[in-house]
Design a binder for this molecule. Structure first.
Ligand SMILES: Cc1ncc(COP(=O)(O)O)c(C=O)c1O
Length: 416
């Protein structure tokens, strides 16, 4: 993985150059047919002096629409936004090829609203792929995921009318239990399910646990069934590849067909930056032919979407370069490691993957007072907490962590 860091001036110039290639609603050329325009000038006036030094805000105010998918050809879907749509294409290529090891130009993708949409997009593609390629009936297709997976999986299965197969995980290691995998898939085959949309987590929301994608791939291959694996890296996609040089979660891994990776988690981009990436040759299964008024048709769940989101992701990736992001993510892991060492000395049981910045402690050690004071997040608010997590994000100050650890130690010592 390597890409060069750009200076602020270089990033700014590239974004303004892209914006200049877009249609200017204020310019001489008419754009009479589109139901889009710049932001309302009563509040968002375009001659605000700061805008000339604020490329992201300038894109927001100009309001380009990135409807559709821009990786299918070098042409942009809407010519009037070709400058920023090209930035989105560069972004998809950069993430797919440099961060996820894909071959040059061999992946499609787009900036979805978030991880939920990107995961549902994947399930949608595979459902249609099985129906189109194998004449599968909807009742023969199941979505398979661990009990620690994000709720976007049952949401997607519900929307797409698919059966859920939820695999149990080991209470301590959070790994999928082999026995559960074997039994549930055997039962499903017995019940007539023949096509499996398998989710591999990089990582889970609550534990930062990472599924063994090769084990899943080997298992379904041996089971002699049709399957495709989607990686939910909504959380881990912009940290794990930087902290683990031996990551199995790349497009070099033949088991992996698509990946969700959210900018608005570890990359610190605005909400609305969930990246969906998929190997070429699949996205046409969700082409909406009826999208006749869009020159490139539509292959996404979202429809109209802001070009500013794609630009924000591109800017953050370029301003740091690969080495800057490696350093940034390693620092978060170092800080998480430090907390873990302290928890161990205090005898507090926890789960953590060493390449991630989530620490999930058993709730037995955490009082309600501490959970509330430090805004810890529980695994379930409905059924009672069994676990509480700390996510060592960029805003988490060392002082706050020290206070938390001292407070916790004080309580545990007084309880004996
Ligand atoms: C593992 C995982 N997948 C998917 C999502 C959904 O992301 P979003 O809230 O951006 O839709 C999350 C959000 O926390 C997540 O942690």
């Amino acid at each position: 993985m390597y890409w060069k860091k750009l200076s602020h001036e270089e990033v700014k110039k590239a974004v303004f150059d892209a914006l200049n290639e877009n249609h200017d609603y204020r310019g001489e050329n008419p754009a009479l047919g589109v139901p889009g325009t710049y932001l309302d000038t009563t509040e968002f006036y375009h001659d605000a002096p700061f805008l000339k030094d604020a490329p992201f805000m300038s894109v927001m105010v100009n309001n380009p629409n990135h409807i559709g998918i821009h990786t299918l050809s070098e042409e942009s879907v809407l010519d009037i936004f070709k400058g920023t749509q090209k930035i989105e294409r560069d972004l998809i290529n950069l993430v797919a090829e440099q961060i996820f090891g894909g071959e040059k130009g061999q992946q499609d993708g787009y900036v979805a609203t978030g991880g939920t949409e990107a995961n549902i997009q994947a399930i949608w593609v595979y459902r249609n792929y099985f129906r189109d390629e194998f004449k599968a009936k909807t009742e023969e297709i199941a979505v398979v995921y661990s009990q620690d997976s994000h709720y976007s999986m049952p949401k997607g299965a519900n929307l797409l009318n698919l059966h859920n197969i939820i695999l149990e995980v080991d209470e301590e290691t959070r790994q999928i239990k082999q026995e559960s995998l074997e039994n549930k898939i055997a039962e499903a085959k017995e019940a007539g399910y023949k096509y499996f949309i398998v989710i591999a987590n990089l990582s889970t929301t609550m534990f930062g646990s990472v599924d063994d994608v090769d084990l899943l791939g080997d298992f379904f291959t041996a089971a002699n069934v049709q399957f495709r694996i989607h990686v939910d890296a909504a959380y881990g996609g912009f940290i794990y590849p930087f902290t683990n040089e031996d990551s199995a979660f790349t497009f070099k891994n033949p088991y992996i067909t698509s990946i969700t990776s959210d900018g608005h988690k570890m990359l610190q981009t605005p909400y609305g930056t969930g990246l969906f990436l998929i190997r070429k040759g699949y996205i046409h299964h969700v082409c909406t032919q009826e999208a006749q008024y869009i020159p490139g048709k539509d292959y996404t769940l979202s429809g109209s979407r802001s070009g500013a989101n794609a630009v924000s992701m591109w800017m953050i990736l370029k301003i740091h370069g690969s080495e800057g992001l490696k350093y940034k993510m390693a620092s978060l892991c170092d800080r998480a490691e430090r907390i873990c060492k302290k928890l161990e000395r205090m005898g507090v049981e926890y789960f953590r993957n060493p390449h991630l910045n989530i620490i999930t402690m058993k709730a037995a050690y955490i009082s309600d007072r501490i959970a509330k004071k430090y805004n810890l997040v529980a695994d379930s608010y409905e059924f009672g907490a069994k676990w509480y997590k700390i996510v060592v994000m960029h805003h988490v100050r060392q002082g706050a962590l020290d206070s938390f650890l001292m407070d916790l130690e004080g309580e545990l010592v007084s309880k004996g």
